[in-house]
Design a protein around this ligand. Structure first.
Ligand code: PBG
Length: 313
């Protein structure tokens, strides 16, 4: 009997993600005992510091959400860790490997709860702390005011009511779907006008590079289409030198053996937005990601990104 320890952050969403991944794994490998182990992160423990970049600066790894998971993995306290792909930094961590991306991918879209884009009253207050969401929202509705909110998904939704309530909140459909609260959604935002964060809705399964036992066991868990789409989006982000919260949106789709990737970079005030789209073979997702990134840079993305200070939020 072999045992595999699966590390997870403490939040309901993180635990739901691990359960989602474990369910087919347990069916596929009935002889393996999978055990869940909760590993707390700075970004989970520290609820007082408003800015995630400040929380990240206090952690050893400089990452508020995935640093301790990765250290636990390296130390052997877990054999596998499950992240939201979009929360994982683009730089690889020495000694760790991300396995081919499993499917199915959750709904990749961002959603508005409380109002739709069209019904938001002029000057409405919209809760979100993510730079990409702020920028893309202001590009569509320059009249609204964004209010920084962070924390787990249920308290963010809770900001629609009570003292200091906001008119709407912007969140990922994937988080709401995994928590079973998708019915609170007012509008699912179109991927063309509001492209999601690269990798949104997908899971990153990370293991130790030298752990042949687990790597062999889990070889073949990836979904080739989901894997190619996520690789294309993430290599575009990497080529733009973007972390997980720069105002970069990406969306890749698969059609037979072709991959199509759209990317956007938006200034924080929403006034400038560059876009690029290209297609390429499913077998070369990184090449497509780099090609779309070069096109974005040619169209002025570097000028926009230069004005934004690095942040891990
Ligand atoms: N940054 C927080 C975060 N990280 C992953 C998700 C859920 C979406 C996903 O798994 O891609 C969320 C919540 C949100 O953005 O609303």
């Amino acid at each position: 009997m072999t045992t595999v320890i699966v590390g997870s952050r403490a939040s309901r969403l993180a635990r739901a993600q691990v359960r989602e991944w474990l369910e087919p794994m347990r069916k596929r490998y009935p002889h393996v005992t999978f055990k869940q182990r909760v590993i707390l992160e700075g970004g989970d423990e520290d609820r007082q510091t408003a800015s995630l970049s400040e929380v990240a600066a206090k952690t050893e790894s400089g990452n508020a959400f995935s640093g301790k998971q990765q250290r636990a993995l390296l130390a052997g306290d877990a054999d596998v860790v499950v992240h939201s792909f979009k929360d994982l930094p683009t730089e690889p961590t020495p000694g760790l490997t991300v396995l081919p991306v499993p499917g199915p991918r959750e709904d990749v879209r961002d959603v508005l709860c409380g109002h739709t884009l069209a019904t938001l009253p002029p000057g409405a207050r919209v809760g979100t702390g993510a730079q990409r969401r702020i920028a893309q929202l202001l590009a569509l509705r320059p009249d609204v005011v964004t209010v920084p909110i962070r924390g787990n998904v249920p308290p963010r939704l809770g900001r629609l009511k009570g003292p200091g309530a906001v008119d709407a909140v912007l969140l990922a459909a994937a988080g709401l779907g995994r928590l079973g609260i998708g019915s609170d959604v007012s509008e699912r935002l179109d991927v063309e006008t509001f492209p999601p964060s690269p990798g949104q809705g997908a899971l990153a399964i990370q293991v130790r590079t030298d752990d042949e036992r687990v790597r062999e066991l889990l070889a073949g868990i990836g979904d080739p289409d989901v894997d190619a789409a996520v690789r294309a989006e993430r290599s575009m982000l990497e080529a733009l030198h973007g972390g997980c919260s720069v105002p970069v949106g990406a969306h890749a789709t698969v059609d037979a053996d072709m991959l199509r990737l759209s990317g956007t970079v938006t200034s924080l005030d929403g006034k400038t937005q560059v876009r690029a789209t290209a297609s390429g073979p499913l077998s070369a997702p990184e090449g497509l990601g780099k090609a779309v990134a070069s096109e974005l840079l040619e169209r002025g993305a570097d000028g926009i990104l230069a004005t934004i200070r690095p942040s891990t939020q």
